[in-house]
Design a protein around this ligand. Structure first.
Ligand code: UT7
Length: 344
């Protein structure tokens, strides 16, 4: 689905504008070498097949909501504000199956009785949450929205499965969106969202939901781990992020060569380069931070944005293309001009 927007029609039209960025990683870094001690893998395999060197895993007692609160507070600080009208939280690993994690996060941040809900679009969750929050602003429901991507994948990874245990990490990233003008730096200029549920089994936690309960079988702990058919996902990720990126560029009227920074979901450096190649964008323009944090699913795009700003790889006024893909299958892309925002 492509959300119709015509930014060129009226630069003064109402828009959702990014005004703050915050991130949080749990303190425990897990190296490839550490994983190689108890898994049949190696630093060399992980680095060359994925680009990942380390990831962070939350300590026992730390849940997704805890990481989300930290990142959310930092994003508000970055924006120089203390409140928001709504919290939209993208996560695959909510604190509970019920209720959503976002209201608890809003309460911990002392935001008052604001709208708060979770978005479940796995690794595409942050772009879906951005689009949802933009809708709240464009419809006049909210003036300021805190959008968070937060994950604790360490709790759903099968520690004996080398296909997944070496890939995913924990973390959280958040942005503040505020009502403003479409010609302001930071305005979200357009979105493209899509899904293919016929391939839902490629990335899944098979158990724990109504599908399993409807079969009348007792809960089976073995079905509660995250599973991924990596090779099949790889090809679909490149095709979907490439197609979705092209769609959003067309929508906002940006030639491909005008994109300064491609900020893709940090799944695999080979995927990021393949998407850049497909779009005809120099590989050097693809932001890469998965070497430092692994694949953090819904948290990956804000974590990549913050690292890119911090290391000088993303500067005010640059054209940024966001694109993400993951379980669902679901994917999404967005375009904005980077504002004068310093991450906290
Ligand atoms: O974030 C949501 C979206 N997710 C993605 O986009 C992930 C997309 N997929 C990928 O990034 C890659 O497919 C993986 C990194 C998951 C796997 O890389 P691959 O190059 O596709 O490897 P493969 O699954 O084809 O496996 C190649 C070989 C196999 O051995 P054989 O059958 O050739 O003997 C695997 O058993 O590598 C083996 N292997 C490993 N070896 C050492 C798989 N995982 C490991 C491992 N260490 N951790």
């Amino acid at each position: 689905m492509t959300i119709p927007q015509r930014p060129e029609a009226d630069p003064a039209r109402r828009a959702a504008v990014l005004t703050g960025l915050g991130t949080f990683l749990p303190p425990r870094a897990v190296s490839n070498e550490e994983l190689s001690e108890h898994l049949d893998t190696s630093d060399e395999w992980i680095r060359t097949r994925t680009g990942i060197r380390r990831r962070y895993w939350a300590d026992p007692g730390t849940a997704t909501g805890d990481l989300a609160v930290e990142a959310g507070a930092r994003a508000l600080k970055s924006a120089g504000v203390t409140g928001a009208d709504a919290v939209v939280l993208a996560t695959t690993t909510p604190d509970h199956p019920c209720p959503a994690t976002a209201p608890w996060v809003a309460a911990r941040l002392e935001l008052g009785p604001v709208a708060a809900y979770d978005v479940a679009a796995v690794c595409a969750g942050f772009v879906y949450a951005l689009a949802s929050a933009t809708g709240l602003i464009l419809s006049g429901v909210a003036e300021r929205v805190l959008v968070i991507g937060a994950e604790t994948y360490s709790g759903i990874l099968d520690p004996t499965d080398r296909n997944t245990a070496v890939i995913f990490g924990d973390g959280a990233g958040a942005v503040v969106l505020e009502a403003g003008r479409a010609d302001a730096p930071g305005a979200l200029l357009g979105f493209d969202l899509g899904s293919d549920g016929s391939q839902a089994d490629l990335i899944a936690v098979p158990g724990g939901g109504s599908r399993q309960r409807s079969g009348g079988n007792p809960p089976d702990p073995a079905t509660s781990w995250f599973t991924m058919q990596g090779k099949k996902v790889f090809a679909r990720a490149v095709a979907a992020m490439g197609g979705s990126s092209a769609a959003v560029l067309e929508r906002v009227g940006w030639p491909r060569e005008s994109v300064d920074r491609l900020v893709g979901h940090q799944a695999n450096v080979r995927i990021l380069h393949a998407v850049a190649d497909r779009l005809g964008i120099d590989r050097e323009r693809a932001v890469v931070n998965l070497d430092r944090v692994g694949n953090t699913s819904a948290a990956s795009i804000p974590l990549a944005l913050a690292d890119a700003v911090a290391d000088g790889g993303l500067r005010t006024g640059e054209r940024v293309l966001l694109t993400a893909f993951g379980g669902g299958l679901a994917w999404g892309s967005a375009a904005l001009v980077w504002p004068d925002v310093q991450p906290c």
